[in-house]
Design a protein around this ligand. Structure first.
Ligand code: KIV
Ligand code: ZN
Length: 516
């Protein structure tokens, strides 16, 4: 058996299904590019039949993908899904159709309303349809961990005979325990007569916090593809975190003895990029990428570290792309330095984009002496990778108050569909005043579900990054904004969320007309 493990990243598909992780078209393209730089073998770009927006994003990712990465699209075992999936991915240099059907008694009886024989027949027919388009077909037994292993062997044998080259065994509901899961995967490999003709894969959800443990346990006994997502995002509690599986394999190579193509120095930049895009900060205590992952607080630990680093550190921050020497760009940096810096961060900007970002860098550098990589990534995300917005913030002025005299006040100047509008008003606090004024100007009254502020880097002049979640008529969206002035960052985040609400409505209208 080969020692090579394939990393299949599902951040753009299963990850994007997680609450608040919606990405726009440009953001998906940007993230796909970064996943290539990170060295993942397969990018699951989306579920083309789920919406026209998903179809377009998958098609664009497929068209722009390089030679070394495979682009997968998800399809239920349904003819229309498979046909649309192929249309979306066919321009990729290495396309893959990933089709699935549930094999557990619960799912077959209550969700699919099919007998096991009908599920078997559907799986075989659909894999054949996929194989008529491409030899690169992955087949998944949804809810594998609650399925009858002998039935799974039968379905998997049929799928391989029909053309599947990768068999994925998911723990869809995050129910399995590591040893039990590994034993089940081993049983399927051992008892499926043609199992040597396929690569076995696992896809583990994190409902009991075991997604990474289950994935590693299966890799240890013979699975050779790991389906994972950056920051562990995904349905409900998420998927196994790519960065954790990758670093376990690298740090404990002595134990696993497996090879892969992940460029570990790109782990932190990739996770950070996703966090900026979806507006979900990385928790401080998160393994590998959290702010505290390499911080040593107690005296005993610090003393040990000074005497010999390996007393308390099993990997270096540099090995996962966390460096402390990234203070390069400042007020006096020239265009070439800025271009080079962005290239080193994985952004290939055209001349127009470079002009735009250069101006933004200068403005930020006027207020903040040293720009860290995180500042620049936040800036490029805000300035370049966004679709044109209906609402644009121009100026914000805020007056806070300790309760005596004039209440907290805000004044805002903005463009609404290209028309200049302004307003002023009060609030319980200055942020409340700001949000009230903007709501009045645009004529919407969404509910503020969540407000979070985070300093992008350390230091008193750190860039403030604000994330808001707004809800209106059952639709919930995230917006984010950053600026050294937290009121401006807050106003930007609020306006961003309002733009996202408008885009959601627009998308809903398009899906509706598509369905008709
Ligand atoms: O969790 C799951 O079973 C899935 C499949 C579609 C692979 O996401
Ligand atoms: Zn899943």
């Amino acid at each position: 058996m080969s020692d090579r493990v394939f990393f299949f990243d599902t951040t753009l598909r299963d990850g994007e299904q997680s609450p608040g992780a919606t990405m726009n078209f440009q953001e998906k393209l940007r993230l796909a590019r970064q996943l290539e730089v990170l060295g993942v073998d397969i990018i699951e770009a989306g579920f083309p039949a789920s919406s026209p927006g998903d179809f377009e994003a998958v098609a664009a990712i497929a068209e722009n993908a390089g030679n070394d990465v495979q682009i997968a699209g998800l399809a239920r075992c349904v003819e229309r899904d498979i046909d649309l999936c192929w249309q979306a991915i066919s321009k990729a240099k290495n396309p893959r159709i990933h089709t699935f059907i549930a094999t557990s008694p619960l799912h077959m009886e209550y969700k699919l309303r099919k007998t096991p024989d009908e599920v078997f027949a559907t799986a075989v027919e659909c894999v054949k349809r996929c194989a008529s388009y491409t030899p690169n077909v992955e087949f998944s037994c949804e809810d594998f961990s609650r399925s009858d292993p002998d039935f799974v062997c039968r379905v998997v044998e049929g799928a391989i005979k029909s053309g599947a080259t990768v068999i994925n065994l998911p723990d869809t509901v995050g129910y399995a325990q590591p040893e039990e899961f590994a034993a089940m995967v081993k049983y399927i490999i051992a008892n499926t007569p043609n199992s040597d003709k396929a690569i076995f894969s696992v896809h583990c959800h994190d409902d009991l916090g075991l997604g990474v443990a289950n994935t590693l346990a299966a890799l240890r006994i013979g699975a050779r593809q790991a389906e994972v997502a950056l920051n562990g995002i995904g349905e409900r509690a998420g998927n196994a975190a790519l960065e954790e599986v990758a670093m376990a394999l690298h740090v404990r190579k002595d134990y696993y003895g497996l090879e892969d193509n992940i460029q570990t120095e790109q782990l932190y930049p990739s996770c950070r990029l996703l966090s900026i895009i979806i507006g979900q900060p990385i928790p401080n205590n998160k393994a590998i990428t959290g702010a505290n992952a390499f911080a040593h607080e107690s005296g005993i630990h610090q003393d040990g570290m000074i005497k010999h680093r390996e007393t308390y550190e099993i990997m270096t921050p540099q090995s996962v792309g966390r460096t402390s020497t990234n203070l390069v760009i400042g007020k006096h940096s020239g265009r070439n330095a800025v271009r080079n810096k962005f290239e080193s961060l994985g952004y290939n900007l055209d001349d127009e984009q470079l002009n735009q970002i250069f101006e933004a860098v200068k403005q930020l550098a006027d207020r903040k002496k040293h720009l860290h990589d995180e500042d620049l990534m936040a800036l490029v995300q805000q300035e370049i990778y966004r679709i044109p917005d209906r609402l644009r913030l121009r100026h914000v002025s805020v007056q806070s108050s300790d309760g005596g005299g004039v209440p907290p006040t805000a004044a805002v100047l903005m463009d609404v569909d290209g028309v200049e509008r302004s307003g002023a008003g009060f609030g319980v606090g200055p942020i409340d005043a700001l949000f009230n004024v903007i709501s009045d100007i645009v004529g919407r009254q969404p509910e503020l579900e969540q407000y979070a502020i985070n300093a992008v880097t350390g230091g008193m002049d750190a860039l403030g990054e604000v994330t808001v979640r707004l809800a209106e008529k059952g639709c919930s969206v995230v917006g984010r904004g950053n600026h050294p002035d937290i009121f401006v960052a807050s106003a930007r985040a609020f306006v961003d969320a309002l733009n996202n609400l408008a885009k959601r409505e627009e998308q809903g209208r398009r899906v509706h007309s598509h369905d008709n």
